[in-house]
Unconditional design. Structure first.
Length: 164
């Protein structure tokens, strides 16, 4: 809230250079802001009494936007990378997939390992579970099982995350 939008009876006022001006009526605070040719901005509306500051509102909005942008920059987003396997995968192919999953985990991403079944492979789903177990076993020094193997339709999937 700025200027005339502030309807509180009393406010705690902070001057343009950060000095405490004490508790006063909103009208007096507004008068001081006009004399300084600046805006009266409510910075802490939940405080008793609310805290208002005499500042340039445009500059204040710019600073807040910059701080928000800076905070977003420091945030790390975790992606979920997927590695797809089939039940009749060969040892060397499995090792290649394990190495790619290891790279994803080292970059800080989660990895979803999906075992896809087609046609007659559906009849032997539980017999193929060992492939996911071997996959997790091969990556146990860098990863931990986040969600264990679970059947979803024609797929069996499991999630791995990097060890902390």
């Amino acid at each position: 809230m700025i200027n005339e939008q502030i309807r509180d009876r009393e406010v705690r006022l902070i001057g343009e250079h950060g000095e405490q001006l004490g508790i006063m009526s909103a009208k007096d605070a507004m008068k001081l802001a006009r004399e300084a040719e600046l805006d009266l901005v409510k910075v802490a509306p939940t405080a008793k009494p609310p805290v208002c500051k005499i500042i340039d509102y445009g500059k204040y909005r710019y600073e807040m936007a910059r701080k928000e942008k800076e905070a977003k920059k420091k945030q790390k987003t975790i992606e979920v990378k997927e590695v797809r396997l089939s039940p009749n995968i060969d040892v060397n192919d499995l090792n290649t997939k394990i190495n790619s999953a290891r790279k994803f985990l080292e970059k800080g991403n989660k990895v979803k390992i999906t075992l896809r079944f087609r046609g007659r492979e559906m009849a032997h789903m539980q017999a193929s579970k060992h492939i996911l177990d071997d996959f997790a076993e091969a990556l146990k020094e860098v990863a931990v099982v986040d969600k264990p193997a679970k059947v979803e339709g024609r797929n069996m999937s499991m999630f791995l995350t990097e060890k902390r």
